[in-house]
Write a protein that binds this ligand. Structure first.
Ligand code: 13P
Length: 338
């Protein structure tokens, strides 16, 4: 088995998933503003360090995606952040795109940037301890979107990124996120997501990316956030599994979903149903940002000195996600464990 495949399995195997703590400073500031905590470099570090030194890191978190600021910071005990993460047997990862910018000639859409100088930055991140990376492309759904231009250009950038990452000995997370915004149906989401993912793999194959050494991070198949359509979790799961079964080559070891604006319990319940309906050989797990951190952030914001309490809140969420990644979660366990 290749080294890259081993890393991928370490990150997403054994009922573990990914903690996406790679919010850019701008996004993290929005999150902290929402709970009335000042977004200083120190506060961002305290919150993140609190999560990274939680008990559930050992059994529930196989990898943590960091932002450039955090991977270079040291914890209060003087330990480098990547080392703190490795101490729990989790793998440090790093977001390497430089954000989604307006796409010329399709101005409502975005293209993710960050390829210039990427080879050099990857060398630096590898030295700092990163063994996997993330690049996020975003797509909107409406009558005419996502456009061919956005689908083709983002897939091309994702493939160039992935090839460079593997060249530097790390596993690329391929994240094509079809956004929940809008009033589209789940069927629309299914069609557009299938088209987006198929194009990504077409490009990854052209760029000779070793698919066994990648992780796909897609959205689940959901109705738009403003849609009147409400469908049961099992239906979401069936659509999501069918979409991935038909669009993802079998060499890919696993799929780690983003939460994308679902509540913590929605994301957990849907992941659990996905695993109960998983008719593929893919590992199906989580790479959640908000759906792993929301309650912990809220708790912490009330008293940023209550590290233990914040960790207890985070541990509960991480345990629930890990159960869902094994299809063992239930509403009863959710309430009892809390
Ligand atoms: P959410 O789970 O909050 O969508 O974040 C995941 C992520 O990493 C988005 O790029």
């Amino acid at each position: 088995m290749s080294e890259l495949n081993n890393i991928a399995l370490k990150v997403i195997g054994n009922g573990k998933g990914i903690l996406a703590a790679d919010e850019s400073t701008g996004t993290m500031t929005k999150r902290l503003d929402s709970v009335n905590v000042e977004s200083s470099s120190k506060n961002r570090l305290i919150f993140r360090e609190t999560l990274f030194s939680s008990e559930s890191m050992k059994n529930c978190i196989g990898g943590v995606i960091l932002y450039d600021e955090t991977i270079k910071q040291s914890s209060s005990s003087g330990k480098k952040i990547p080392e703190l993460i490795s101490d729990s047997n989790a793998v440090p990862g790093i977001k390497v795109d430089t954000g989604a910018k307006v796409l010329a000639n399709s101005r409502e859409e975005k293209i993710t940037e960050g390829l210039d100088g990427l080879r050099e930055r990857l060398k630096e991140y590898y030295k700092l301890g990163a063994r996997f990376t993330k690049w996020r492309a975003v797509y909107i759904i409406s009558k005419n979107y996502p456009s061919k231009l956005s689908i083709i250009s983002n897939a091309h950038a994702l493939a160039r990124y992935a090839a460079l990452v593997q060249e530097s000995g790390m596993v690329p997370i391929i994240e094509p996120e079809v956004l929940m915004d809008g009033n589209h149906t789940a069927e629309d989401c299914y069609k557009k997501t299938s088209e987006v993912i198929k194009k990504c793999f077409e490009e990854l194959i052209i760029h000779k990316v070793d698919l066994k050494g990648t992780i796909l991070k897609p959205n689940m198949i959901l109705p738009g956030a403003n849609s009147k359509e409400k469908i049961p979790s099992e239906e979401i799961a069936k659509l999501t599994v069918k979409c991935l079964k038909d669009s993802v080559p079998s060499e890919v070891p696993g799929i780690a979903f983003l939460s994308g604006g679902q509540t913590e319990t929605e994301a957990t319940e849907n992941l659990n149903s996905i695993n109960n309906n998983n008719q593929t050989n893919f590992i199906m797990t989580y790479s959640f940002g908000r759906a792993l951190q929301q309650s912990a952030l809220k708790f912490w914001s009330k008293n940023i000195k209550d590290i233990k309490g914040t960790q207890t809140t985070f541990n509960h969420r991480a345990n629930m996600c890990s159960l869902a990644a094994q299809g063992k979660w239930s509403q009863n366990i959710e309430t009892q464990d809390n």
